[in-house]
Design a protein around this ligand. Structure first.
Ligand SMILES: Cc1cc2nc3c(=O)[nH]c(=O)nc-3n(C[C@H](O)[C@H](O)[C@H](O)COP(=O)(O)OP(=O)(O)OC[C@H]3O[C@@H](n4cnc5c(N)ncnc54)[C@H](O)[C@@H]3O)c2cc1C
Length: 349
């Protein structure tokens, strides 16, 4: 039996970022993942947007989350000697005078100053993009090439001999006093980072997941070339030599199948402002691990202290995960409290 500190189930954004954060604090981990293709993390566009366009407010905890996230991905680029994170402005194309004026009114709010610009601009060719009310853009935004980073990080774990490609079977957990044994390992805890698949976990299926399916297309244009991301009901993001167009939100059909309906919806919304021929190269779907109160899930099982969960990254995993992986690590190794807002105890009577 090999003694380690933590067994992590899931190598999506949650499991990978938590694993590295623990390893960075000299903790011994083993990561188990079944290698599914259409996971939320692999399908995601990876955008890190500091504002909520609908209300034009700062994204939740952005001042705390963003610096930790940027630092984490920069560190990964140095560690794995490749580029994963790309800085890019996101242009909000205004749908009408009202939205444009609202953005203008917000110019006086000091808390938004470092996240958005206030001038109304017309930087795109008007024959290719229809945006009569102009556009303004976000500052300090970017995107993580999630699939690329996850593949590189998986190779890093394999190289260290701490990655197991397998479906985790809950029946094989053996509780041993304060420890837990699984597959020849004895650990302090098993930390479940299973994304939406937590709904099948007999220990954590009581958590109030309110899952959201999302579809995204990889497209190209005949004439249009973009160096920044656009948002007008959907986002268009320059991604390697193509563009990502997304995303849909579906709370009812919770499966990883792509649909004609999703594709048509995205293309219809894009064609409403992009006056160019669009070719679709790829179509993917995934299920976001969203929670009823839209906050992450961190904590220890109320009855089994050897079982923990790190989940609920919702629609913003790229920005949220590094900060809360740090919070959870500090809790696990130094017993630093987790705030009530994200602790799973908020759902325990
Ligand atoms: C279409 C779409 C677009 C998105 N766009 C963005 C975006 O632009 N920006 C952003 O920040 N977020 C975006 N998201 C959300 C983002 O993907 C999630 O917040 C995040 O990736 C969730 O990561 P996770 O690790 O919790 O879950 P997952 O990615 O689902 O990872 C869970 C992992 O656990 C493994 N697993 C589960 N159960 C087991 C088991 N029993 N045994 C072994 N392995 C197991 C799975 O194989 C998987 O690898 C998007 C999501 C979708 C679907």
């Amino acid at each position: 039996m090999k003694t380690i500190d933590y067994i992590i189930v899931g190598q999506g954004l949650a499991g990978s970022i938590l694993a590295y954060t623990l390893m960075h604090q000299q903790q011994k981990v083993v990561v188990v993942d079944e290698g599914k293709e259409n996971t939320s993390s692999k399908v995601a566009a990876g955008l890190c947007n500091p504002v909520v366009f609908k209300r034009l407010t700062k994204s939740w905890m952005v001042d705390e989350l963003m610096p930790v996230a940027l630092n984490f991905y920069k560190h990964q680029e140095e560690l794995l000697n490749d580029q994963f994170y790309v800085d890019i402005p996101i242009y909000k194309l205004f749908v009408g005078e009202e939205e444009r004026d609202f953005w203008q009114q917000k110019r006086n709010e000091p808390e938004l100053l470092e996240w958005i610009t206030h001038t109304i601009e017309f930087p795109f060719e008007k024959n290719l993009i229809d945006y009569p009310f102009g556009a303004s853009y976000t500052l300090q935004s970017g995107f993580l090439q999630t699939a690329k980073w996850l593949a590189a990080f998986k190779a890093y774990l394999k190289n260290k001999g701490v990655f197991i490609e397998n479906k985790f079977d809950y029946n094989t957990i053996v509780f041993d006093n304060n420890f837990v044994c699984w597959n020849g390992y004895k650990a302090k805890k098993i930390i479940f980072c299973e994304g939406y698949q937590s709904i099948n976990n007999p220990y954590f299926n009581w958590l109030p997941f309110k899952l959201t399916k999302g579809e995204v297309l990889t497209i190209d244009f005949k004439n249009l070339t973009l160096k920044s991301a656009l948002n007008k009901g959907v986002f268009v993001l320059p991604y390697n030599n193509y563009y990502k167009l997304g995303a849909t939100y579906d709370w009812d059909n919770l499966n990883e199948e792509t649909t004609e309906k999703g594709k048509i919806e995205l293309l219809k919304k894009a064609s409403a402002f992009i006056k160019d021929e669009i070719t679709v190269f790829e179509h993917k779907a995934g299920i976001r691990p969203t929670i009823s109160d839209r906050r992450p899930l961190l904590g220890i099982h109320p009855k089994h202290e050897q079982l923990a969960v790190f989940n609920g990254l919702g629609t913003k995993g790229v920005m949220i995960a590094p900060y809360f992986a740090k919070v959870f690590t500090e809790f696990l190794i130094a017993n630093k409290p987790i705030s009530k807002e994200v602790d799973i105890n908020r759902f325990v009577d």
